[in-house]
Design a binder for this molecule. Structure first.
Ligand SMILES: Nc1ncnc2c1ncn2[C@@H]1O[C@H](COP(=O)(O)OP(=O)(O)OP(=O)(O)O)[C@@H](O)[C@H]1O
Ligand SMILES: [Mg+2]
Length: 335
């Protein structure tokens, strides 16, 4: 059963099929050697919003992200539809998918080293990427690389450009991987468990960074995480996957506060500190009331989203329900 409510962008609304619809996946099926991996995935990820993708291990979250980039295993058979900015990607040529990857759609992974070359300086990784995809001069690429490192708040950006991946902490590396993903100004960022491997205090800074990129740059983000606590603090919309299908999809508030599917309910019930926050019906999905805390931001000394064990962020809490804003991301060392 698929439960889909409170869609921020209805599949039938004007523009939903066009460029401003962002990512629209319909009936995506993927099988490998006769084994069904994705069994009709429906998912939307509008621009300027964080769409959370949750679900048990093996439910197909990563495979869905990889399929969007055309990076599924070579023996996989894919059917259904993945439209991005109105363009159909299922069946698109290898060449056009390669053009799309790293330019209009980027992906980051749990292990930031998966996105970075160990033998290349940060400068080389960021600028090569830009020169290849954007065709800018070396000087312009270096200027942009510095700006990106500032944007993701890597300490000492000038020095960082000259260094190599092994010379950074895990949190700093994830920031550099995000900078690399942003190098070509993508419209969609797929973040697959981007904070799972990081220390809890570092997680919060990365999550705030993702939220800021979404809000400031209007990038659509698909945030894959098994951590419903993180999800409830950061995502505008949440999709829950099980057995290769999205079984529930709606606004964060609806999915967390009024889960329709038994599986979603069991996920929420399993959160260790499942609390009932104050109702926030008046808060539309993806919006933050004036004067309230932007999603993912946390005051000094308080508990930031994602810095707690899974689920200890009150499920369904909105930023409006949390404490005042701090614009500090990570510690003074940029972790
Ligand atoms: N290269 C592959 N060849 C065959 N099967 C695969 C391959 N990669 C993944 N699978 C299978 O596809 C299914 C979905 O895997 P996927 O990695 O998308 O799960 P997931 O939801 O991301 O899980 P997790 O939360 O553990 O990361 C799993 O049953 C997995 O075993
Ligand atoms: Mg995965």
């Amino acid at each position: 059963m698929s439960t889909v409510r409170t869609q921020t962008t209805s599949p039938t609304s004007p523009g939903a099929q066009g460029r401003d619809a962002g990512l629209v996946i319909e009936g995506l099926r993927l099988s490998i050697g006769g084994t069904t991996i994705l069994d009709g995935v429906d998912l939307q990820a509008p621009p300027g919003q964080v769409t959370g993708l949750a679900g048990e291990s093996g439910s197909g979250k990563t495979m869905t992200g990889m399929a969007v980039l055309g990076l599924q295993p070579t023996q996989a058979r894919v059917a259904g539809s993945i439209r991005f900015g109105g363009t159909e990607l299922v069946g698109a040529s290898t060449r056009s998918l390669a053009r799309l990857r790293g330019s209009r759609i980027a992906m980051i992974f749990q292990d930031p080293t998966a996105s970075l070359h160990p033998m290349l300086s940060v400068k080389a990784q960021l600028t090569d990427h830009m020169r290849h995809h954007l065709g800018v001069s070396r000087a312009e690429a270096t200027r942009r690389a510095l700006e990106l490192l500032r944007q993701v708040r890597v300490p000492d950006p000038e020095g960082a450009l000259q260094r190599y991946p092994h010379q950074f902490s895990g949190g700093q590396l994830q920031r550099i991987a995000i900078a690399s993903a942003l190098a070509c100004e993508p419209e969609l960022l797929i973040a697959d468990e981007p904070t799972t491997a990081l220390d809890v205090t570092v997680q919060a800074g990365i999550l705030r960074l993702l939220r800021r990129l979404c809000d400031d740059l209007g990038i659509g983000i698909v945030l894959i995480t098994h951590d419903l606590g993180v999800m409830s603090a950061l995502a505008d919309n949440i999709a829950v996957m099980r057995h290769g299908r999205v079984v529930e999809h709606g606004s964060r508030y609806d999915v967390i506060r009024h889960p329709q599917h038994d599986y979603t309910r069991s996920l929420i019930d399993s959160l260790p500190e499942h609390q009932e926050p104050a109702p926030a019906e008046s808060t539309p999905p993806g919006s933050t009331p004036p004067g309230s805390t932007p999603p993912g931001s946390t005051p000094p000394g308080s508990t930031p989203p994602g810095s707690t064990p899974p689920g200890s962020t009150p499920p369904g809490s909105t930023p409006a329900e949390s404490t005042p804003t701090s614009h500090t991301e990570g510690g003074p060392d940029g972790r």
